[in-house]
Design a protein around this ligand. Structure first.
Ligand SMILES: NC(=O)c1ccc[n+]([C@@H]2O[C@H](COP(=O)([O-])OP(=O)(O)OC[C@H]3O[C@@H](n4cnc5c(N)ncnc54)[C@H](OP(=O)(O)O)[C@@H]3O)[C@@H](O)[C@H]2O)c1
Length: 278
C-alpha cells in the first residue's frame, strides 16, 4: 500500500498489507499516524469519523452486504480505525445485515489501545429494539466495553428493560434517536473518538445534522451495476423536479469535503476526507 495524495516524495511506503501480523506491523504503525484522531480537548465536542466503502459506480453493497466490496487494504484500515476508536456507532440495519457482535481483542491492534479498554464498545441505534437481546451483540460486550443501545421512547418498555439488563441503554429521542443526543450521550461517557460504521440511513442523519467531521471512504475497483443504494441513504422527500435520468432531483444542501489523503493498494483507493470549513 502506498500514498498517492498528497504527492509527498518523503511519504514512506506504507508496506505490505497481507502476511502474518508481524509483517503487517509497519503498515499498522504508518496507518495509525495517518489516521490519528485530532486533539478535541479545546473544541468541547467529540470527533465523528465515518468509515465506508463503495464500488466504482457508487454502490454501498453487493448482494445486500459490503463484504464483496472489500479487500486486504480496506480490511486492514478497518481494523486500524476500530483500534483507534473509543466507540463504534452503527445503525441496527447494518448490525442485522452484517451480523455485528462485540469487537474481539484479536481483531484489532492492542498497541493502539494503550491507556484504554482493550476493545471499543459497539453503540447500536435502534428505534424498535428489533434485536436479539440474548445474542452476542447486546448481551456479549466485554467488561469495559459493554454494548450501548441508543433507542427511543417508542421502543416497548419491556424490551428496553430487558436490554438494560444486558447492555447500556440510552433513550435519545421520542420516535427517533436524535443524532446530536446520541453523540452527546457517547461524549458524556468519555468517548471522544467516535467511529461511525454506517449504515447509509444513520450516516445520512449524522451528516444532515452537521455532525460528521471526517469520512474515510474506500473505492473498490468493481462495478456493481445493479440497484444497490449509496453510502448515504436517499432523502425521504426529494424535491419535485426530475433530472435527465428520470430520478427525482434533490434540492437539499450538499456537504462539502476536502481531500486529506489517498492511499492505493491493488486498485483500491482509500480516501480520507474532512468536512470543509464553513
Ligand atoms: N458500504 C458500506 O460502507 C456500508 C456500511 C454499513 C452498512 N452497509 C450496508 O447498508 C445496509 C443497511 O443499511 P441501512 O441504511 O438500513 O442501515 P442502518 O443505517 O445501519 O440502519 C437503519 C436502522 O437503524 C435504526 N435507525 C437508524 N436511524 C435511526 C434513528 N434516528 N432512530 C432510531 N433508529 C434508527 C433503525 O433500526 P430499527 O429498525 O431497529 O428501529 C433503522 O431501521 C446493509 O446492506 C449493509 O450491508 C454498507
Amino acid at each position: 500500500m502506498h500514498q498517492i495524495f498528497p504527492p509527498d516524495a518523503a511519504a514512506p511506503d506504507i508496506g505490505p498489507v497481507v502476511g502474518d501480523r508481524e509483517a503487517t506491523e509497519p503498515a499498522v504503525a504508518a496507518l495509525a499516524g495517518l489516521y490519528a484522531y485530532p486533539d478535541t480537548s479545546e473544541r468541547g465536542a467529540p470527533w465523528v469519523r465515518a468509515n465506508m466503502i463503495a464500488s466504482a459506480d457508487g454502490a454501498a453493497t453487493i448482494n445486500g452486504r459490503s463484504g464483496q466490496l472489500s479487500g486486504p487494504a480496506d480490511r486492514l484500515v478497518f481494523t486500524v480505525l476500530r483500534s483507534l476508536a473509543d466507540v463504534i456507532l452503527v445503525g441496527a440495519g447494518t448490525a442485522r445485515a452484517e451480523k455485528y457482535r462485540p469487537v474481539q481483542e484479536h481483531e484489532i491492534w492492542k498497541e493502539l489501545r494503550e491507556g484504554r479498554a482493550p476493545t471499543p464498545p459497539i453503540a447500536v441505534v435502534t428505534r424498535k429494539l428489533d434485536l436479539d437481546l440474548d445474542g452476542p451483540l447486546v448481551a456479549g460486550g466485554a467488561r469495559g466495553a459493554r454494548t450501548i443501545v441508543l433507542t427511543t421512547e417508542a421502543a416497548q418498555a419491556d424490551r428496553r428493560a430487558a436490554a438494560a439488563a444486558r447492555a447500556g441503554v440510552v433513550v435519545a429521542g421520542k420516535d427517533s434517536v436524535q443524532p446530536g443526543a446520541a453523540i452527546g450521550a457517547l461524549a458524556a461517557r468519555g468517548y471522544q473518538n467516535i467511529l461511525v460504521e454506517g449504515g447509509p440511513a444513520l450516516l445520512r442523519q449524522i451528516t444532515d445534522a452537521g455532525l460528521l467531521d471526517e469520512l474515510c471512504l474506500t473505492f473498490s475497483p468493481v462495478l456493481e451495476g445493479g440497484t444497490a443504494g449509496r453510502i448515504l441513504a436517499a432523502p425521504e422527500a426529494a424535491g419535485p423536479g426530475r433530472g435527465r435520468t428520470g430520478a427525482a432531483a434533490w434540492h437539499g444542501s450538499a456537504t462539502r469535503l476536502t481531500l486529506a489523503h489517498v492511499l492505493e493498494d491493488r486498485g483500491s483507493l482509500l480516501c480520507r476526507y474532512l468536512r470543509a470549513a464553513g
